[in-house]
Ligand binder design. Structure first.
Ligand SMILES: [Mg+2]
Length: 368
C-alpha cells in the first residue's frame, strides 16, 4: 500500500463568539487540512491550526515545511510506518503542528489499513468522553452569562480563562461564576501565562480562602518559567497544570521530575503528533500523574484524533478539554466525532471515520 498523493488546503470556520485569552483574541478557525491518499484509494485526514503565539506555526511556514516533507513520503509503503514517521520528524526541526497533522493523517490511514477505528488501533476503550467548555476572558457580567448558558446546554465542567488584568478582577469573575452556576459544576482556570508567580499565588490563595474549589489552575506563569511554575505549585493547594510549558517528552520529564506541576496538558499540536503524546502518557503514568487532553482552536479533524487518543489512554488522560468544534459555528467534515452537549462520541468506522472535508481553498497537490 503506497502513498501516492498528498493534498493541502485551507478551511475557515467562524467562531460562535470571539475566543479571548490572556494571549490573544480570535474570531475564526483558519486551519490547514491535509489529505494523504494511497494507491488503494484510502484517504487519511489531518489538520493543523496556525497558533503563532504558542507553537510558532503560521500557515505559510507549515506549507513551506510540507514542501520539504512531502517528497519524502510519496511512494513509500505504509507498512514501513515507523520509518515514515521518522521521515516526517527528521525532515525539519520544530513545525510541531505540521508534523502533528501529518501524523494524524498517517495514523488515520494505518487504522483504516487494519479496518479498525483509531482508538482501537491505539488500544481500545469506551468511545465516548465528556469535555469541558471554555469561557473567554471578558467583563464579569459577560463571563457569568456565558457560564450560565454553558451549564444550560449540559456542560458540568467549565474552563474559565483568566489573566492579563488585575488579580481582583480575576477573583471577582471566578467567584461570580461559581455563585451563578453552583457547586455541582466543576471549575478549572486557565491563565495562559498571564500571571507572575507571586501574583498567581495571590489569586489562587484568595480563591482557596473564599472556599472556591478549583479542579486545577492551568499554566499560571510564562511557558519558560519552570521555577516560577514550581513556586506556584509549592505555595498553593490547588493542583497546577502545565500547558504551554510542555511540548515534548523532555519538557514533561523536566516538569515531572522537578515536581513543578501536578498535571500535564497534552495537545497533539504541541507533541508533534500521536507518537510523542503516547510517550508523555507513559512518563506521566510512571510518575503517578494524570494528563489532560487539550486542543488549540481546531475543528473536527484533529479534535477527532485527540478524542480517539484520549479514549485509548483514559487511565492517564483523566481530564478532557476538547471543545474546539463546539466553539465553531458549523463543521467542514462528514463523519468523525459527534458532539451532543458535553459528550463526544466516536463511531466504529475505520480510522478517524472522516469521509469528506468541504470548502477547502488554496489547494496544493503533491503527486508521485
Ligand atoms: Mg491552556
Amino acid at each position: 500500500m503506497l502513498i501516492k498523493r498528498i493534498t493541502v488546503g485551507e478551511i475557515k470556520i467562524p467562531l460562535k463568539v470571539p475566543f479571548k485569552t490572556a494571549l490573544r483574541t480570535v474570531k475564526e478557525v483558519h486551519d490547514l487540512v491535509f489529505i494523504i491518499e494511497t494507491d488503494t484509494g484510502l484517504q487519511g485526514y489531518g489538520e493543523a491550526p496556525a497558533t503563532a503565539v504558542i507553537t510558532g506555526d503560521v500557515l505559510d511556514s507549515m506549507r513551506a515545511g510540507l514542501d520539504l516533507i512531502a517528497p519524502r513520503l510519496l511512494g513509500r509503503n505504509l507498512f514501513d510506518f515507523n520509518a515514515i514517521l521518522r521521515s516526517v520528524h527528521q525532515a525539519i526541526v520544530h513545525h510541531d503542528s505540521l508534523k502533528a497533522a501529518l501524523e494524524i493523517a498517517l495514523f488515520d490511514l494505518r487504522a483504516q489499513q487494519f479496518g479498525v477505528p483509531l482508538y482501537q488501533l491505539l488500544g481500545g476503550g469506551d468511545p465516548q468522553i465528556k469535555t469541558d467548555l471554555t469561557i473567554s476572558v471578558n467583563d464579569v457580567d459577560t463571563m457569568v452569562h456565558d457560564a450560565v448558558q454553558a451549564v444550560a446546554a449540559g456542560f458540568d465542567c467549565l474552563k474559565v480563562k483568566v489573566g492579563g488584568r488585575t488579580w481582583r478582577d480575576d477573583v471577582a469573575s471566578v467567584m461570580a461564576i461559581e455563585r451563578a452556576v453552583g457547586p455541582n459544576v466543576a471549575l478549572r482556570l486557565d491563565a495562559n501565562q498571564g500571571w507572575a508567580p507571586k501574583h498567581a499565588v495571590q489569586v489562587i490563595q484568595a480563591l482557596e480562602k473564599a472556599g472556591v474549589v478549583l479542579e486545577f489552575v492551568e499554566q499560571p506563569v510564562k511557558a519558560s518559567d519552570v521555577a516560577g511554575l514550581k513556586f506556584v505549585t509549592d505555595h498553593t493547594l490547588t493542583p497546577i497544570l502545565a500547558d504551554e510549558a510542555v511540548f515534548s517528552v523532555r519538557d514533561a520529564l523536566h516538569i515531572l521530575s522537578t515536581q513543578s506541576a501536578d498535571i500535564i496538558n497534552i495537545k497533539l499540536m504541541k507533541t508533534a503528533g500521536i507518537t510523542q503524546a503516547m510517550e508523555i502518557v507513559s512518563l506521566a503514568r510512571s510518575h503517578h500523574k494524570t494528563c489532560m487532553m487539550g486542543c488549540m482552536l481546531e475543528s473536527g479533524i484533529s479534535v477527532t484524533a485527540a478524542a480517539h487518543f484520549a479514549v485509548a489512554f483514559d487511565d492517564v488522560v483523566a481530564h478532557i478539554d476538547l471543545d474546539g468544534p463546539q466553539l465553531c459555528n458549523g463543521s467542514a467534515i462528514n463523519g468523525g466525532l459527534t458532539m451532543d452537549g458535553p459528550w463526544i462520541k466516536l463511531s466504529d468506522a475505520p480510522g478517524l471515520g472522516i469521509t469528506a472535508v468541504h470548502g477547502l481553498t488554496n489547494l496544493k497537490v503533491y503527486d508521485v
